[in-house]
Design a binder for this molecule. Sequence first.
Ligand code: FRU
Length: 507
Amino acid sequence: MIHEHLHENNNERVFSDTSRNNAEFTVERAEEYIRENKGNVAFERRLTYHATPPVGWTNDPNGFCFAVGKYHLFFQFHPYSTEWGPMHWGHFVTEDFIEWQWVKTAIAPDEEYDKDGCFSGSSIEKDGKQYIFYTAVCGDRQNQAEAVSEDGVAFEKKGIVISSDKLPEGCSVHDFRDPYVFRKNEKYHMLCGSKASDGDGQVVLFESDNLDSWRFVGVVRKDDKPKSGIYECPSFFTAMGKDVLITSPQGYVTEKYRYGNVNSSIYSVGQLDLNTGVFTAESEDEIDGGLDFYAPQTLAAPDGRIIMTAWMQMWGRTMPTASDGWAGSFILPRELYLKYGKLYQSPVKEIEKYRRNGVFYKNVSFGEHTALNGVSGDKIELNVTFSIGNAEKIEVRFFEGENEYASLFYSGSDNSVTFDRSKAGTEISCDPKEKDAYVRSVKLSGNDGEISMRIFLDVTSSEVFINGGEKVVTNNVYTNEKGKGVSFRAYGGEAKILFLEKYDIEL
Ligand code: FRU
């Protein structure tokens, strides 16, 4: 049986399959299955402007890149059920990060050396060909493997390029995965998630001149927090002279306003010495303060933008859409910026092409309850700037029906935003180490009596960019009533909507 779980005590994710005949998992069989079954997927709760698998289960984005003339998004994919299983790579291409075309399953676990799964990895172009690097899982071994394509559609596997035997002493051979390959200073570099033998999470660096043979360079970062597991899914980019390392650590220590999920995603700004692997960090923070964000990966676009995608779900959660034939999707890709050493995020500008039916308001004071004509919908962008006035707290409700809704609260006293889906009508599970699967808060930095929120709703997802992308919270909401209402409340006084614009997003 295939199983996936977090060990209670050490946050270790165990993937293993002891009973399977792998000849059954091929790209052709996956494609046939998708063709025959995608028509059976229920569309009611599916997202409309987010990449979502045609059928089955998905987790991490993989191989997010610009190669052979197109943007590609591969992803961890188990077409045959809505649960995690033998991992394949699904594959979309896009021109604008909003409309996604299914290509075909890129790789399946059809070789002896990857028979237990083609785990996460990355993609890069070299000499007009597209390469993917992934973790080939076989029993309790994780090795890095390569596949190549002439056309960005059909991939041919080239075998293992880094065996875990190449790891120096002190690195676990069982947790060595998620290669992220990039080019800098005339060389190729690969970051991998790893674990030290003492159980601490770490990231390791390799280098190569040709993508085929790799040398170990060093340990990039090792965890200094107690009880963290492997750092999964590293990613990396350079902006404004700074290096930014992205990883998804398991079991990061929860703080009041950060790292509320057992699986968090963090960024560190600093300098990576590519000759030694040493990363000197100047700052670090969580990337997204919501319940449903994991395993982000970035690409450098030809126009100079750094664009990030991520899994818009979380390990350990109930997947209400599993009964609809699909589970898991990806965020609206975001442009990343550094400002004063902090990461700012904004949705890709291409989303503005899809705005329809604009509705605008200015200077609307509100107290107990206000709903505005034309301000509703479940596939919308809502931009609103509030003046807090003398209110202690303000609330925005969305996906609101008669009894069910999700809320965002801004609290003036601690300058924080709290998302709450406990009234949304669906029970969601979480890892036993998390306080709940309903409420998360983020702390804002500036406090000048105003707050802005840019909210994107897509049937069952919500992404909120606060104060120009200083904080972002990503949360799925599954109501039974499927309400489309939006309303505003001020507590303890009056607040004001200084400016509001709302658009339907239509593809
Ligand atoms: C992260 C992860 C990766 C692994 C993949 C397996 O979510 O655990 O480390 O490669 O999922 O599907």
